[in-house]
Design a protein around this ligand. Structure first.
Ligand code: LAN
Length: 729
């Protein structure tokens, strides 16, 4: 399509069908890069048959055989692994949908629209199907995430997506969604990021967007609010947002955009007081209300700074520097970018700067594919470009916990997994890492792939543990020489905070007070890196395992690093014995890590009051049927909250791992939980999806579908090795 085409040319609009033929979808794995393809041509179908993994992702019958009924937990492990092995991808890792957040797809689809990227009919059709399937049944709206109540954020943006893919505004689902949006106050009451996207489309006017001053990037590094100190996801989103805000760029006006102006607002569009609605926000969206400080800063920027103080020179410098930083992010990741939020925004920034057809735009558009996913509900956008290194590491460790790493039956699967981690280790720091404020990453692993290339301390830890576990087992290839392991450890050793704990991508670089500048409204605790019990534990266990095999490498430094970490973990324990989990739901997940940290220094139920109180807390939450069940509400409310659908296998597995790590003295509650996991296993070895498992930023949930294999197998496997004579049937 050339830039001369208008977006409304009927032939260019995606054709919408009821549905696609799910048996024609294929997921292509190229060294861990995942992209989905729809085979319209019958011959192609013969050349490229659908794999078991494809079928599983799409909710089709995998046709995998019924396995012998387990007689004990180890049999259940073998069955689980037999099934999961069939889902392993050619490059040695596992794929999965990574949905949950409902604000990612709009970024991508709006980006396609404003860059005039054609949307194939099968993509449009499945996006429509996904959003219709995920509309809240009561009111037809969408929330921040799939289990959340309807918000203006979710509803205004996903309604817009449906319009872009071609759904008629008079479709009953659209009428219903519109009704809900109007009740919530309409798009004038949307949070900052929605107002931003709607302004890019020209559905809102830029005056409604609170300032995103790119000149903040000109602050010297010592300034306490300088953006290099912010959490990576916030600064990398703020960066292209600032660039686009500076340009006040909106796409070409079309009939659809004129339509949206009538559909998304309560007020008559022509008479909306845009500037007057900058701070309007629907109470349900307002998870983190703006502070007085941010409101004052916004007032100052709008009324004093922009009109009177901001010189052309400053504006130009800010724009140039932002543009350079955007380029550095794109180059460092081959345009994959940190996550689909900033990837979409960087695409628009490049489109504005480099124009349609430029390499930067074309490569971005290709790379946005990496985050798209299809399941039986339709097509959506994943939270990242996958969960490759993370899930692969957990699988390896789960097999080792079951003592099966030597078993020839699973050696090929594990060898492939090891090869994947070998291939995915990041071998070099970023070019000019200091200039673009990147953390050291040599020897690290990312959460997804090395193309994305962002080291996360717990991803490095889980991967290095997995590599060491296998390479120290006789018979596995020695793919990583010692120096590469040392590189990983050296990088890990850069991750400790003043508090002794570890964060995610970087050690904390700024004060929690920066939360006063949290402008996103919909998330909590996003401005800086915090101490996380999960990440801290991952580092502790990696360093401990390393020290066992290389006792002479940086001995003292590692020992005191571990000591400081565990001390921090203890200090995070709450009076009721629990720990708050940040990256999955919630107290159950955190307990698994905290109790493992304690164990790594020899503290268990019998000799440590911390461990004992942690176990007692978990036991107090065990349900009648032997399981555990926590709702995502725990994360928001910071109090343990039961899930309405009862026990969950994944949480039950976490709790059991925790209790076993702590050497909980009474086997009965553990047996009850193990029995529940075994009872829920299907005849072919799999477990079915239950409630959502993961979370970020306190308020947004995200799926980890492979946890129902990796953690169940881990719990069953640990049980089998710890109590080899127990049968549990
Ligand atoms: C993730 C996914 C992985 C997760 C763990 C490794 C599990 C965690 O222990 C450390 C933090 C990390 C890496 C993490 C951070 C935030 C992410 C990237 C996500 C939850 C996946 C999606 C989310 C990202 C912020 C989504 C985009 C949203 C914005 C607010 C920009």
């Amino acid at each position: 399509r050339t830039s001369g085409d208008t977006l409304d040319t009927p032939t260019k609009r995606p054709k919408l069908e009821d549905k696609t033929d799910l048996t024609r979808w294929r997921m292509l794995d190229e060294k861990g890069r995942h992209t989905w393809h729809y085979l319209e041509d019958d011959e192609a179908i013969e050349r490229w048959p659908q794999s078991s993994a494809d079928k599983w992702y799409l909710g089709l019958d995998t046709e995998l055989p019924t396995l012998p009924k387990p007689k004990n937990p180890l049999d259940a492990v073998v069955n689980g692994l037999t099934f999961f092995e069939k889902l392993q991808l050619p490059s040695g890792q596992w794929g999965c949908e990574y949905g949950g957040p409902m604000f990612l797809l709009p970024g991508v689809v709006i980006t396609w629209y404003v860059t005039k990227t054609p949307i194939p009919w099968y993509v449009a059709t499945e996006i429509k199907n996904y959003l219709l399937a995920r509309a809240n049944p009561e009111d037809g709206g969408w929330g921040l995430h799939i289990e959340g109540e309807s918000t203006v954020f979710g509803t205004s943006l996903n309604y817009t997506v449906l319009r872009i893919v071609g759904v008629d505004p008079e479709h009953p689902a659209m009428v219903k969604a519109r009704g809900t949006l109007q009740k919530l106050g309409g798009a004038t009451h949307a949070p900052h990021w929605a107002k931003f996207w709607l302004s890019v489309m020209g559905v809102c006017k830029w005056d409604i967007v609170n300032p995103i001053p790119p000149e903040i990037w000109l602050l010297p590094d010592w300034v306490p609010i300088a953006p290099w100190r912010w959490w990576i996801h916030i600064r990398q989103v703020f960066l292209p947002m600032g660039y686009i805000y500076e340009k006040k760029w909106s796409c070409e006006e079309t009939d659809m955009i004129r339509g949206l102006r009538q559909e998304l607002f309560v007020e008559n569009w022509e008479s909306i007081d845009w500037a007057g609605n900058r701070n309007s926000i629907c109470p349900i969206d307002n998870f983190h209300p703006k502070s007085w400080l941010l409101n004052t800063a916004n007032w100052f920027l709008v009324n004093i700074w922009n009109p009177y103080l901001r010189t052309k020179g400053i504006a130009k410098k800010a724009e140039d520097w932002s543009s350079k930083l955007i380029d550095m992010e794109d180059e460092n990741t081959d345009y994959a970018d940190l996550a689909p939020v900033n990837a979409a925004m960087n695409t628009v920034a490049c489109y504005i700067r480099d124009g349609p057809g430029s390499y930067s735009v074309r490569r971005h558009i290709e790379r946005l594919e990496d985050a798209m996913w299809v399941n039986n509900e339709g097509m959506f956008c994943n939270g990242t470009n996958g969960v490759q290194c993370w899930d692969t590491s957990f699988l390896i460790q789960a097999v080792a916990d079951a003592g099966l790493e030597q078993d020839p039956r699973f050696r090929p699967m594990l060898t492939k997994a090891l090869k994947f981690l070998d291939d995915q280790q990041i071998r070099e720091n970023c070019k000019d890492q200091g200039v673009c404020y990147r953390q050291q990453r040599k020897g690290a692993w990312a959460f997804s792939t090395k193309d994305q290339g962002y080291a996360v301390c717990d991803c490095v830890s889980e991967a290095v543990k997995s590599v060491v576990l296998l390479q120290k087992t006789p018979g596995y290839p020695q793919l990583l020489e010692d120096q590469r392991i040392f590189d990983a450890i050296d990088t890990l050793l850069t991750y400790q905070n003043q508090t002794g704990a570890c964060s995610s991508y970087e050690p904390t670089r700024g004060s929690e007070l920066l939360e006063m500048l949290n402008a996103a409204e919909v998330f909590g605790k996003i401005m800086v890196e915090y101490d996380y019990v999960e990440c801290t534990t991952a580092v502790v266990t990696a360093l401990s395992l390393f020290q066992k095999h290389w006792p002479d490498y940086k001995t003292q430094e590692i020992k005191s690093f571990i000591g400081r970490c565990v001390k921090a973990v203890k200090s995070f324990q709450r009076p009721d014995g629990s720990w708050y989990g940040n990256w999955a739901i919630c107290f159950t997940y955190a307990a698994m890590f905290a109790l493992e940290s304690l164990r790594s220094i020899g503290e268990t139920y019998g000799n440590s009051s911390y461990s004992k109180r942690g176990c007692d807390f978990l036991i107090s939450k065990q349900r009648e049927d032997g399981g555990w069940s926590e709702s995502y509400r725990s994360c928001e409310r910071m109090v343990y909250t039961e899930h309405s659908t009862g026990s969950q296998v994944v949480m039950t597995a976490w709790a059991l791992v925790a209790l076993m790590k702590a050497d909980y003295p009474d086997i009965e509650p553990i047996k009850k939980g193990i029995k529940l996991i075994m009872d829920r296993q299907q005849a072919n070895g799999e477990w079915k999806q239950e409630a959502i498992e993961g979370v970020f930023n306190k308020s947004c949930m995200i799926s980890y579908p492979n946890y129902k294999f990796t953690f169940t197998v881990k719990a069953l496997g640990m049980f089998a090795t710890k109590y080899p004579n127990e049968t549990v049937i």
